[in-house]
Design a protein around this ligand. Structure first.
Ligand code: XMP
Length: 470
């Protein structure tokens, strides 16, 4: 065989999420015993292994606040002026740290039923919603005794202050019992200071919510402006394994006292070059062209699918004694199962774009199409995003003239808390199947098996007449 043919014939198999499954193992761990806490960066340890992507339709202040409150991390995008980005980061730092509880009563429930809910919560008043989920008022604990047990809740409900999601960051209200509603008046939580047993908000040393900011390695001015506000920088380029990016980051690392995560990378060699030429990298963002809105693979033929990339980079970290550097798996993670595979392959956390883009807190507008609600989601290399980057980001003129991303709509999914909780529950169940009580144990115990495309169809719901969503 000639060398050209051999190069193709002996190429590695770049497997990704849909190509593999995790095998179940003997387990002594119940999902509720699983500890999901993880190092998102070398020094930032979160109780939720989820990071929101620095995309302009995903992470601005509202989502970053919610992510940190839920124990993960938000990375504020950089497709805006430095001043705008600093303002977004400041809003996160100025936000009050509060928990959002999912406690509510239906207006048509009875007072007797409401009493049961009050027994399970320490809240002094509980929001009341109608059948469509819209907030209608509060039922307070003190009112209970003056109501007939068979009365409907709406009869005893009272008006009270509400907070819109987008006002969360404004800290305008100090009470602990405030209902938070979306743009359509639908309840998505109640602010309360009771702690959830295993979700601990991710805070900086001063007790403020932690936040990261995306930067170009070439924008020194922006870094200076952000420096005193952020906990970490994420060097945000499509292909970090590039001499100019590495040398610019070398300079940057000398100037900043903040942690610096770099990416994206996708290969063993990229990791080796980074850890041998840069000191104090605080994390690696790994995966190239697996993202739901990416067209890099089509446009250029180049990709390092996230699962393959994570395992390759993890091997390099272990081989070079640098395994304390955490990997953030990025791109194509649409479900808790994908996230479990990414973590099992060696990542410490997962970065989500599409999965968070449909939430109330994501920065894009809500759009109604044919009676259904959607949110806009676009790649940062899409035509329209690139157009803004030309005018807004003076410090890093894009060198490529071709779009590497697409834009479209994703279904509206309500609050980010719901999505994060779904991922957390799925991950806990996955670790339970594998028999791992935490993420480092998952790295040791996980066993993968490859699927055929026929097999992949079988592990999805299949062969039912009607999916009624139960
Ligand atoms: P998901 O699958 O979570 O992926 O939506 C989000 C990740 O995709 C990357 N990204 C892009 N990749 N062209 C690309 O090739 C783009 O326009 C683009 N925009 C975002 C990025 O890593 C993000 O976190």
């Amino acid at each position: 065989m000639g060398k050209y043919l051999e190069r193709i014939a002996n190429s590695p198999l770049a497997l990704t999420f849909k190509d593999v499954i995790l095998l179940p193992s003997f387990s002594t761990i119940e999902p509720r015993e699983v500890d999901l806490s993880t190092n998102i960066t070398v020094n930032l340890r979160g109780s939720t292994p989820i990071v929101s992507s620095p995309m302009d339709t995903v992470t601005e202040s509202a989502l970053a606040i919610a992510m940190a409150m839920l124990g993960g991390l938000g990375v504020i995008h950089r497709n805006c002026s430095s001043e705008e980005q600093v303002n977004m980061v400041k809003k996160v730092k100025e936000a009050e740290v509060r928990c959002l509880k999912k406690v509510y009563l239906y207006s048509h429930s009875t007072i007797e039923e409401a009493e049961k809910v009050f027994r399970k919560t320490e809240l002094e008043s509980v929001p009341v919603i109608n059948k469509t989920g819209s907030f209608v008022g509060y039922l307070s604990r003190r009112k209970l005794s003056s109501c007939d047990p068979q009365d409907h809740v709406y009869k005893c409900a009272e008006k009270g202050p509400v907070l819109r999601i987008k006002d969360l960051e404004k800290n305008s209200l100090n009470s602990q019992n405030i209902a938070v509603v979306d743009d359509n008046g639908r309840l998505f939580g109640v602010l309360a200071n009771e702690g959830d047993e295993d979700i601990v908000s991710l805070l900086d040393e001063e007790g403020r919510l932690a936040v990261a900011a995306a930067i170009s390695p070439f924008s020194e001015k922006r870094v200076e402006l952000l420096e005193k506000w952020v906990d970490a920088f994420v060097v945000d380029v499509a292909h970090f394994h590039n001499i100019n990016c590495i040398s610019a980051t070398k300079k940057l690392l000398k100037k900043t006292s903040r942690e610096v995560v770099v990416g994206n990378i996708g290969t063993y060699e990229a990791c080796v070059d980074i850890i041998t030429s840069l000191d104090d990298v605080a994390g690696l963002r790994v995966g190239i062209a697996s993202g739901s809105i990416c067209s890099t693979g089509i446009v250029t033929g180049v990709a390092a699918p996230t699962l393959f990339a994570v395992a390759s980079v993890r091997d390099a970290l272990e081989d070079y004694g640098a395994s304390k550097i955490p990997i953030i798996a990025d791109g194509g993670i649409g479900s808790p199962g994908d996230a479990a595979k990414a973590l099992a392959a060696g990542a410490s956390s997962v970065m989500l774009g599409r999965a968070l883009a449909g939430t109330s807190e994501a920065s894009s507008p809500l759009i109604r199409v044919g009676g259904r609600l959607y949110k806009l989601y676009r790649g940062m290399g899409s035509k329209s995003a690139l157009a803004e980057r030309y005018s807004a980001d003076r410090y890093s003129a894009p060198s490529k003239k071709i779009a590497e991303g697409v834009e479209g709509l994703v279904p509206y999914r309500g609050s980010v808390e719901g999505v994060v909780r779904e991922f957390r529950e799925g991950l806990k169940a996955a670790l339970g199947y594998v028999g791992a009580k935490n993420i480092p144990e998952l790295w040791q115990k996980a066993r993968f098996a490859r699927l055929t495309s026929v097999g992949f169809r079988e592990v999805l719901p299949h062969d039912i007449v009607l999916d009624i969503g139960l």
